[in-house]
Design a protein around this ligand. Structure first.
Ligand SMILES: Cc1ncc(COP(=O)(O)O)c(C=O)c1O
Length: 457
């Protein structure tokens, strides 16, 4: 069955358009400094956007809509490495052929957005692929779209609440980030993100894994969990965890830690809810829970960002009663098509598994940062870690101020990254799959120069 309009003429024009767009975008695939003549226009656009938005931007960044692979072009004329990918979505890099194709194919359809009432094939494709990609080993059987990662987490919370009523309390982890909806702001650990907010979800936080004390970590977490039950009794419905804590700077534990915590949770009748909004598609497997081999434990998993859509996977048992979850949108047709194509591309290509592309990227980045930390940048780079395409490291005293200074300098030198975490604050990369070894060489020349520049000031 073909969807959308088709004709020989459309195919021919679409192919030509595809090649022409790709050809033009491919010209934006090298570093370039800002053009002094374009700076006033860039400044004015950023300022007027900030004015209507009511808040300024961290970087003097305004996209031209041009860029290729890891490169993005700014209105100031500069071309930089985008190693944060819009905080996650740009997993394939800029103007990836699959993204161009998705846009062109979506133009052959009749609407921009599709939703829950009147189904479209684009939404079916993503749903079917997501369920197929987890079904073999996990009990996850259904997928429900949401408008954001936060809202995917709201859906997870609601279906757990419905099943566990009246056990409405949730256990989450210190340093967690679950989003900024009314519900998820209470799961998010950082209190600064909910100033003057009334509490709407009863959440207790327990310690996650601490890499400085690997042996003591499990005991500390289990003790904290037992203390919650001693104090409050059997009032909890679910345990919510990021296996790789994104906003905390990529904190994660060995498999054994999770297994013991999950066995404890199952014994208490808790549902295990995994937030993969940031980690989805970015570890050494499509899902972090697959990388850790935790398939059998998971009851609910939320995804977003790299999928180009957001949603919640859950088991048959947790399929909610009609009316509990709904909503107008599944997503934009082009975004859903890009999501479906990304799933095929990543799972059928050489990306996942031990020694595959994402593992290789992880090893290259970590070994090169460690090398800098031991040689030219000794005493200037501290911790370095991460997994797959999620890499972080600490600069200087790893304060918020020092990290912001480093990031701004890195940006001026041609690399866009972002921070993560508080005490310590880390430099965070969400790498695109399109990075080559030549790019990595260039990236590390810039990182080294930037570290040295920042400490020379
Ligand atoms: C782990 C995690 N959960 C939830 C969210 C919220 O997603 P969104 O910003 O799409 O609402 C994020 C966003 O950064 C995240 O990293």
């Amino acid at each position: 069955m073909q969807f959308g309009v088709h004709s020989e003429n459309i195919s021919e024009l679409s192919d030509r358009l595809f090649s022409s767009i790709l050809e033009e975008q491919q010209k934006v695939a090298h570093l370039k400094p800002a053009d002094p003549e374009k700076l006033p226009q860039s400044k004015s656009l950023i300022e007027s956007f900030a004015k209507v938005k009511g808040r300024g931007f961290f970087y003097d960044y305004f996209s031209t809509g041009r860029g290729h692979g890891p490169f993005t072009e700014l209105v100031d004329g500069s071309i930089k490495y985008d190693l944060i990918g819009g905080i996650g979505p740009a997993i394939l890099g800029h103007s990836h052929p699959l993204y161009i194709r998705a846009n062109l194919e979506a133009a052959q359809s009749d609407l921009m957005m599709c939703g829950n009432l009147l189904p479209y094939n684009e939404a079916y494709l993503v749903t079917k692929k997501m369920v197929d990609l987890v079904s073999e080993k996990s009990r996850l059987r259904h997928f429900w779209f949401s408008g954001s990662g936060s809202f995917a987490n709201d859906t997870a919370l609601k279906i757990i609440w419905q099943k566990q009523a009246p056990k409405y309390k949730i256990i989450a982890f210190e340093k967690a980030f679950a989003g900024r909806s009314v519900a998820t702001q209470d799961i998010t650990y950082n209190e600064e993100y909910r100033q003057e907010m009334p509490k709407s979800v009863d959440v207790d936080h327990v310690p996650h894994f601490n890499h400085r004390d690997p042996e003591g970590s499990l005991k500390r977490t289990l003790d904290a969990l037992n203390q919650l039950y001693d104090k409050n009794g059997d009032v909890y419905g679910g345990l919510m965890i990021e296996l790789v804590q994104g906003e905390a700077g990529f904190v994660y534990a060995p498999k054994e830690f999770y297994e013991e915590v999950f066995k404890w949770a199952k014994a208490k009748g808790l549902y295990i809810w995994i937030d993969e909004v940031q980690s989805f598609a970015r570890t050494r497997e499509l899902f972090a829970f697959q990388m850790f081999g935790l398939d059998e434990y998971v009851d609910v998993v939320t995804v977003g960002k790299a999928l180009q859509a957001c949603g919640t996977l859950y088991t048959e048992e947790l399929n909610p009663k009609p009316g509990l979850v709904a909503g107008t949108f599944n997503g934009g047709l082009a975004a859903l098509l890009a999501g479906a194509k990304t799933l095929d591309y990543l799972t059928q290509g050489p990306f996942y598994g031990v020694g595959a592309r994402f593992h290789d990227l992880e090893q290259k980045f970590i070994s090169r940062i460690e090398n800098l930390a031991q040689t030219s940048c000794k005493g200037k780079i501290g911790y370095c870690g991460g997994v797959g395409t999620m890499i972080s490291f600490e600069v200087g005293d790893s304060s918020k101020e020092m990290t912001a200074k480093f990031l701004k300098e890195l940006f001026n030198n041609g690399i866009i990254a972002f921070s993560a975490g508080k005490n310590p604050t880390r430099v965070r990369f969400l790498l695109p799959s399109s990075l080559t070894d030549e790019h990595i060489d260039e990236v590390f020349t810039i990182i080294e120069k930037t570290v040295l520049d920042v400490f020379a000031d």
